[in-house]
Ligand binder design. Structure first.
Ligand code: ZN
Length: 149
């Protein structure tokens, strides 16, 4: 499942990526036609009423991104894979790659370097992630969204 989030749902897209889900973000002025179609397994999430042109659009009612997440928990539960946690860049959705600790010494705060062993990097935007960089916030959300299924 590819979650396609419209321009008003940027934070929701980040949360979905945090959960390891494939979440594309449609920027202002970008044509939805360039994003995967429902026939290719996408679900278009929008806050704009009347966006029905792509066939499978879901209207998101809440303004708070965490509540938005709960609105679509049915879909999240169906596609959530615990092994995919911390697998995507929050900024650009690219799949992260492992990077040896010695290669990132200059790229992260000293404290982080000394207190973490495993690091990942985004091949596209070069952002560096480590266990804990979004894991704590994430766990609370997994319990709430995915928990007790
Ligand atoms: Zn990135």
């Amino acid at each position: 499942m590819i979650f396609v989030c419209d321009v008003m749902l940027g934070k929701l897209a980040r949360y979905l990526r945090m959960l390891g889900l494939d979440a594309r973000y449609v920027r202002q002025g970008e044509d939805i036609a360039f994003f995967p179609a429902p026939s290719e397994g996408s679900l278009f999430l929008t806050k704009r009423r009347g966006v029905t042109s792509c066939g499978r659009a879901l209207l998101i009612k809440a303004d708070d991104p965490k509540e938005q997440l709960l609105e679509i928990k049915k879909y999240i539960r169906r596609h959530f894979d615990p092994s995919a946690l911390m697998s995507r860049c929050l900024d650009c959705n690219t799949l992260l790659a492992d990077i040896p600790k010695e290669d990132i010494e200059q790229l992260v705060p000293e404290y982080v370097f000394h207190h973490h062993e495993r690091f990942k990097t985004c091949p596209s935007c070069k952002k560096v992630y480590w266990e804990g960089s979004h894991a704590d916030e994430m766990r609370a959300w997994i319990d709430k969204v995915i928990g007790n299924r």
